[in-house]
Design a protein around this ligand. Sequence first.
Ligand SMILES: [Mn+2]
Length: 356
Amino acid sequence: MITPEYGRRLEEKEWAPCIDMLLGGEHIVLTTHVNSDGDGLGSEVALAEILRSLGKKVSIVNPTEVPTNYTFLQEIADITVFDEQGEEVIEEISLADLVVLLDANLSERMGGIWSHVSFARELGSLQVLCIDHHLDPEDFADLMVCETYASSTGELIYDLVTAIEARIGKHLITPGVAQGLYVAVMTDTGSFRFPKTTPYVYSLAGDLVAKGANPNDIYDKVYNSLKPQSLKLLGAALSEIKLIDGCTVSWLFISQEMLNNTGSKLFDTDLIIKYLLSVQSVRIAVLMVEMHDGRTKVSFRSRGDIYVNQIAKKYGGGGHKNAAGCLLRYAPEKATQIVLADVRNFLKSPNAVSNG
Ligand SMILES: [Mn+2]
């Protein structure tokens, strides 16, 4: 067994309470955070296929839409979206005896779904399980498996399915499961290059490829599916990137006007943020996006041991050491001022390199 460098990987027996809960469920609803990503979606479709092969009735209900580059995952399992089919989602939750939140550790990350889950839970008809790898979990579920050593929620689901296989003596990683988990791990490791890409991650990716995930096909679907308008947004955005403080901080503000002019949507901004860190001297990168309602979505990225989740936490957000985010109630100009002042102070403080 190859041991990952971040923390201690859960042993097979430590998955027992989680497996008991899943095997005890009959009608299981899976969900992930608002503005879903490859890790949440890939983990969901993989876990849905695993649980269905164990005879469970499973549905996936997400608070917000599936980004177009991940719609191919719906060939593995159907995803119902609360923003589009609210009644169906509420019905599924009312029928469920177990809700599993994947890739988030705060109840509010479930968006509009949480109030319905919380209501059913208060009636005593529903349990909640959370499987995640972000820092600073909120203790809101009946069982929380929150392990920050993991590169991705997909890595945790891989370990979970391995533990289930050991218990029931049956192979569960079908090509669909392999594909979902590969998407999860690939996207959350930035295609196998972020700091938590341990030897173990490569070994599990190899196993997923052996079991039916096609790296070339998956990469192409996820990363080469830009709409022409996204390329236009990228072009406009690149020319607006600012480098300050001796090129140690980079930042970019994307206005609604920029999004409208290029016909782009919010999730197109994900592909832009990596360019903010593409200059070696940059220690913190900040991407701010003006939302429809005038609030500002802020994403932080950092290099090395700089815990940007500490800045996000100040505004009710969170995330990982090198990638975090929050939503500010301020309009663009004020948000930019406040956030940049915070980033500058933070870089000077000893807190920058502690997990506090
Ligand atoms: Mn994740």
